[in-house]
Ligand binder design. Structure first.
Ligand code: DNO
Length: 404
């Protein structure tokens, strides 16, 4: 398992020197400044590579850019409207440039309009640090009373709209503003910054789109780009919906094992793979993460390892980001499933036997609380997560355990 770490580029409050001290082996990054739909140029890719290759004092870091997260898919491609054909060309061109630069793993997602969604970015936990949280009642308050989306109240399970009305009535103005910002303005590294009118506009364009249509568009996208990825030796890997259930009336099609299976089978190529994100998928009780790793394993090209604690029953639910070994996913069993997959790959002589993973997100603890890095991406909280995961790997691969 290759220990990777996400870096948002020179503006990231956690730098290359920090990740070296965390014991990181490889870097996950993206050119967030390039507008979605535009090709990533060879020069810009080289520039990011050389930023990663150097410590603050200019000496070599020994680190390389190993995984792209994300090469974003435009809304036009998801809707098959406007400039989508030009955007497909740009996507293929980016893949060629990335491959020429020696990068083989490219993560993306296919969530319309919003990427990951939380209602609180700094929720105080019992230990005094903070974690990101999704509260279904708060989310409904936003959807029904702030965004005022037609049909919103009917889209929640019984009782949620009533609870949301009470919550909203008592919510101070400052919290209403913070709630909106947490949901729509806090997209990490996203080039776009939405306001409420933008969100309403985007939502209306998806009003008539069924999940079947969106899934068809994903399969069409893959049919267009996977042959190019195959030619240039790139492994694409789709990140799941976060959270893994529909929001704001938008279709979502990468939330369950069955969703992945359908898309992997529709474009049956090793270049069409999975980013297994245990934190995103873990917000549904019916996602069996170790089992998914075992069954989807040959096509898993990248892993996000983190945990969530579901606070309410059913789907959709409220949840918060737990410590990496806390929460609902059995992390030891999941890591064991990854190690088993790697052993099978080694036996089969696969060149990609070592699967890159990153400690996804982290709670803000200790100096993170004053450093204020990108929400979800603190230095010490992630370092703690990585250290705990490394401990599991060390134990499971040690001869005394007899487990691997
Ligand atoms: C959140 C991330 C996601 C992820 C994209 C991948 O922290 O896991 O934003 O990068 O969904 O396309």
């Amino acid at each position: 398992m290759r220990q990777a770490w996400r870096w948002f580029g020179p503006g990231d409050g956690v730098g290359i020197d920090d990740m070296l001290q965390a014991g990181v082996e490889g870097v996950v990054s993206a050119l967030h400044h390039v507008p979605t739909g535009t090709a990533w140029g060879a020069e810009a890719i080289r520039a990011r590579q050389s930023e990663i290759a150097r410590r603050a004092d200019g000496s070599p870091s020994g680190l390389a850019w190993e995984v792209v997260e994300s090469l974003p898919v435009s809304e036009d491609i998801k809707k098959q409207s406007g400039e989508w054909r030009a955007h497909l060309d740009a996507y293929r061109e980016s893949l060629r440039h990335l491959s020429a630069a020696g990068i083989e793993v490219v993560c993306y997602n296919f969530m319309p309009v919003l990427d990951w969604t939380r209602t609180e970015l700094a929720w105080r936990t019992t230990h005094g640090g903070t974690a990101m949280r999704f509260d279904l009642t708060d989310f409904a308050a936003f959807d029904i009373h702030i965004l005022e989306r037609p049909g919103a109240a009917e889209s929640f399970p019984d009782g949620v709209a009533e609870a949301a009305a009470r919550r909203f009535a008592e919510m101070p103005e400052a919290r209403r503003k913070e709630l909106s910002e947490s949901i729509v303005f806090g997209l990490p590294g996203a080039a776009e910054r939405f306001d409420l009118e933008d969100v309403r506009g985007h939502l209306s364009e998806y009003a008539a789109m069924t999940p079947e249509t969106l899934r068809g568009h994903l399969v069409d996208f893959l049919s267009e780009v996977v042959p190019e990825a195959e030619r240039c030796g790139i492994r694409l890997c789709c990140h799941p919906d976060d959270p893994p259930f529909p929001l704001l009336g938008l279709p979502r099609v990468m939330s369950t094992e069955a969703d992945y299976r359908a898309v992997l089978d529709a474009v049956d190529s090793p270049a069409n793979g999975v980013t297994l994100c245990s934190g995103s998928l873990g917000a549904r009780a019916d996602n069996d993460l170790p089992g998914m790793m075992a069954r989807l394993g040959p096509r898993v090209h990248f892993l996000h390892l983190r945990n969530v604690l579901r606070e309410t029953e059913g789907t959709p639910c409220s949840f918060h980001e737990a410590e990496h070994l806390g929460g609902g996913t059995d992390m030891v069993a999941l890591v064991k499933a990854v190690l088993d997959e790697e052993a099978r790959r080694r036996a089969a002589g696969r060149a990609d036997a070592s699967i890159p993973f990153r400690p996804d997100h982290g709670q803000d603890i200790l100096d993170d609380l004053t450093r204020k890095a990108q929400p979800g991406y603190p230095a010490i909280g992630r370092l703690k997560g990585l250290a705990e995961l490394r401990g599991i790997i060390a134990a499971l691969t040690h001869p005394v355990s007899g487990a691997a």
